[in-house]
Structures are given as structure tokens and as C-alpha cells.
Design a protein around this ligand. Structure first.
Ligand SMILES: NC(=O)c1ccc[n+]([C@@H]2O[C@H](COP(=O)([O-])OP(=O)(O)OC[C@H]3O[C@@H](n4cnc5c(N)ncnc54)[C@H](OP(=O)(O)O)[C@@H]3O)[C@@H](O)[C@H]2O)c1
Length: 393
């Protein structure tokens, strides 16, 4: 299997490269806009299997060249590049995965389904942890029920160590800032609608040591697809994040200070830079340095999906708890719950296990049980709890 990974030196891309090689002995073309960083990824993974290349995904000619002879392109770059990379994949007749296009971007990408089908190509959208594992959990829960009312999704993360330090995002700071400044979409009474940023405050119980967390609506792609693709009468779909306190304070402050702005500022000496580009560069460096650190910390990533509805005419609920801890043995962080799903999907696309064609969200083309088992092999643990009612009158 030959996979082109775009954004291969990013926080998620670098871990996907390593999983593709470790789990599938894949030949990987690791592409990134920064050749120096992607060369380091090849060196630290397996230089015999990983070929680093310098690629700007916005350059259609360079993309077409890189796609030659490739089975799957895994897009791990900034989500605003999804449309360019997906179009290039369809044109080249190459299967495609990405990590999510947010709510609006996903709806735009879905419009290309006929084009992808005609090209005999499958484009799996948003196959990370959330979106990704959460969509598959929603589909698995719906399979256990006769009809579905709610699909409520939650996510949190943290460390065992008490900290008052500023938060360091586990994924692109650009995405975090967009989440803090753009209106989320939800499905309410069967209709898609936009709601205010950080509204929908609620308490949810996550596994220990997280416990009860306060969660808010955040812009995400699950509500853009799940009611339509899962069906069964689904009335409500929402996604909420339970930020750890220090992260919430840091990111909210950065957003309020204007770091989400893309408007270039004159910063003197003839130099112009937008606050968002500046903070992205700053965090990219900080994350690359953190990767070199050998200090072992205990950190976790948790997801919860509650699917409620009816079974045999009585109320029923299926809850999925997904737990990922950093792996002390391999040094891999809990963010591998985002990097492993596209690696599994790339393998299933290349080996023909996924037969559906078109532009599809995970709930429409990923078989839950074998997928959860593959996750389990990488210590990403999915537990299912089914609660059914009985009546004695
Ligand atoms: N589904 C999920 O569960 C989930 C979870 C977390 C994140 N995500 C999404 O995953 C995406 C990647 O996240 P991340 O944290 O890995 O981001 P990241 O660390 O910023 O990585 C993105 C990589 O793509 C590179 N890149 C940027 N523009 C490029 C271009 N034109 N051509 C080729 N490469 C380019 C970046 O280089 P520079 O740094 O030099 O720009 C960087 O190395 C984000 O869109 C994020 O929203 C999804």
C-alpha cells in the first residue's frame, strides 16, 4: 500500500505516518510545506519506508505529480485545504481521507459526491477522533436501536498532574481559535441550525480522573452529517467540548485578544503578519520542541457518545466511552486517537474493505466492530454500555 500523507510533519500527520508504517508496513510519501520538518519525521520513523517531499497542497500541478502511483491520499493538513486536496484526489482517481472540514466545509465537500462516484473514488470525511470515532459510535448505537431520538457527543482531555500553566493545544491552534470564534451548528427537532458560540452549557460525567465536566457547544462536523446519514428518525445531534479549566482560560483569552483574526497587521520594519499566522508559527515551534522532550506525563483524551431512542417500543440508550492515554512504552501521546483512524481507513480503502463510493462521512462507510477492534490494538479503548427499559404492568 502506498499512501501520500499531506501535512505529514503536523501534530496528527506525523503520528499517522508512524502508524501506517508500524501497523501496515505501508510505503509513505510524507509531504509537507516544510521539508526540514518532514525529513525529521522520516528519519525518526523508518527512512526505508518514508519518503519526505516538499509539497504545497495549493499547487495543483505539484499535487497531481505527488498523487501518481498512490493508493490513498491522507489529508492531515489545515482543514481549509480540504477542498483543493479532495478535488486533486478525485481528478487523479485516488481514494481520500481527511480530519474534518468543520460544519460548513463538510456540507460543501459532500456536494462533490457524484463527481467522486463517477471517478470510482471514496472520500472519507472527518475520520479522526472527533469527528471520526464519534461518528462511528453514533452509527453503532443506532444499529442497536429501532429508532433514534438523540445523538449527543462530548469530548474532554487533561493530565493527571495539577497545572495552572497556560494550555497547549493537542491539535492545530488555528482550529482551536476557529472553534472559539465561529457559530456551531446542531440538529434540533430534525433541523440543522446555528447556535451562539459556547452556548448549550451542560454538565456531563466522563470517566475518572476527569469526572464531571462543564461542556459547551463548539463548531464541529458531526451535526452536519449524522442525522442525514444515520436516519432512523434522528431528531437531535450536538457536539460539546468540556475544556479543562486552564485550556479554556488560555484559548478564550487568545480569542478575545483577537488572535483568530486573519487580517494582516503592520508589525513594523515593512513586515506584515496576521495574528492567526503569528500564533500558528509560535505554537508550531513550541509543539516541535515539546516532541523532543523525554519527560513522561500522564495525559488522556476522552470521548462520550450517548445515542438514545427506542428498542422494542421502550426507551433505550447506548453509550460509548472512548479512552486514550499517552503510551508510556512507545512515547506516543493520547492524540493518537486522531491519527490512527485515518491510518485504518487508508488500509481499508487500499485493500477494498470499504466498497462504498462517493464523498462520505465515517458513519456511512466504516464498519464499527472491526474498527473498534483495530483501535483497541493501539490502546484506544471503546466501551459500549446498553441500557434498555422493562415494564411490568
Ligand atoms: N477529527 C479530529 O479528531 C481532529 C482532531 C484534531 C485536529 N483535527 C484537524 O486536523 C488538522 C491538522 O491538525 P494538526 O493539529 O495536525 O495541525 P498542524 O500541526 O498545524 O499540522 C498541519 C500540517 O500541515 C502543514 N501544511 C500547512 N499548509 C500546507 C500546505 N499548503 N501544503 C502542505 N502542508 C501544509 C503544516 O505546515 P505549517 O505548520 O508550516 O503551516 C503542518 O505541518 C486540522 O485541520 C485540525 O482541525 C481533527
Amino acid at each position: 500500500m502506498k499512501v501520500l500523507v499531506v501535512g505529514a510533519s503536523g501534530q496528527i500527520g506525523a503520528m499517522s505516518v508512524s502508524d501506517l508504517v508500524a501497523s501496515y508496513k505501508a510505503d509513505v510519501v510524507a509531504a509537507d510545506i516544510d521539508l526540514r520538518r518532514v525529513k525529521e519525521v522520516a528519519k525518526s520513523t523508518n527512512p526505508n519506508r518514508v519518503t519526505p517531499i516538499d509539497l504545497d497542497a495549493r499547487d495543483a500541478k505539484a499535487m497531481a505529480k505527488a498523487l501518481k502511483g498512490v493508493d490513498v491520499v491522507m489529508n492531515s493538513a489545515w482543514y481549509e485545504l480540504n477542498m483543493d486536496i479532495m478535488n486533486a484526489a478525485i481528478k487523479a482517481g485516488v481514494h481520500y481521507t481527511d480530519l474534518g472540514g468543520f460544519y460548513d466545509g463538510t456540507l460543501r465537500q459532500l456536494k462533490l459526491t457524484k463527481k467522486a462516484k463517477d471517478a470510482g473514488v471514496t472520500c472519507v470525511l472527518g475520520i479522526g477522533s472527533t469527528p471520526g470515532i464519534t461518528n462511528v459510535c453514533g452509527a453503532a448505537g443506532a444499529d442497536r436501536l429501532d429508532s433514534v431520538k438523540d445523538i449527543l457527543i462530548y469530548c474532554t482531555w487533561g493530565t493527571k498532574a495539577e497545572s495552572t500553566q497556560a494550555g497547549m493545544p493537542a491539535y492545530s491552534i488555528r482550529t482551536v481559535l476557529d472553534e472559539m470564534t465561529q457559530e456551531p451548528g446542531i440538529v434540533e427537532n430534525g433541523r440543522k441550525k446555528k447556535v451562539p458560540i459556547l452556548s448549550g452549557e451542560t454538565s456531563v460525567v466522563m470517566p475518572e480522573p476527569s469526572g464531571e465536566v462543564v461542556a459547551h457547544y463548539i463548531k464541529h462536523s458531526e451535526p452536519a452529517t449524522m442525522a442525514d446519514f444515520i436516519g432512523k428518525g434522528t431528531k437531535h445531534v450536538s457536539f460539546r467540548i468540556g475544556f479543562p479549566d486552564t485550556d479554556f482560560a488560555t484559548f478564550k483569552t487568545l480569542a478575545e485578544l483577537g488572535f483568530a483574526s486573519e487580517k494582516p497587521l503592520d508589525i513594523g520594519g515593512g513586515c506584515k503578519c496576521s495574528p492567526k499566522d503569528y500564533i500558528t508559527a509560535m505554537y508550531t515551534d513550541a509543539v516541535a520542541n515539546a516532541r523532543k522532550s523525554t519527560e513522561a506525563v500522564d495525559e488522556y483524551d476522552y470521548l462520550r457518545v450517548d445515542v438514545t431512542g427506542r428498542k422494542d417500543r421502550l426507551p433505550a440508550r447506548c453509550t460509548y466511552l472512548v479512552r486514550t492515554w499517552n503510551d508510556r512504552k512507545t512515547g506516543l501521546s493520547s492524540a493518537r486517537d486522531t491519527s490512527v483512524p485515518p491510518s485504518i481507513t487508508a488500509n481499508w480503502l487500499a485493500t477494498g474493505k470499504i466498497k462504498e463510493r462517493g464523498v462520505l462521512p465515517p458513519e456511512a462507510c466504516i464498519d464499527p466492530k472491526p474498527f473498534f477492534r483495530e483501535l483497541g490494538k493501539r490502546k484506544i479503548r471503546v466501551d459500549e454500555e446498553m441500557q434498555v427499559s422493562s415494564k411490568f404492568y
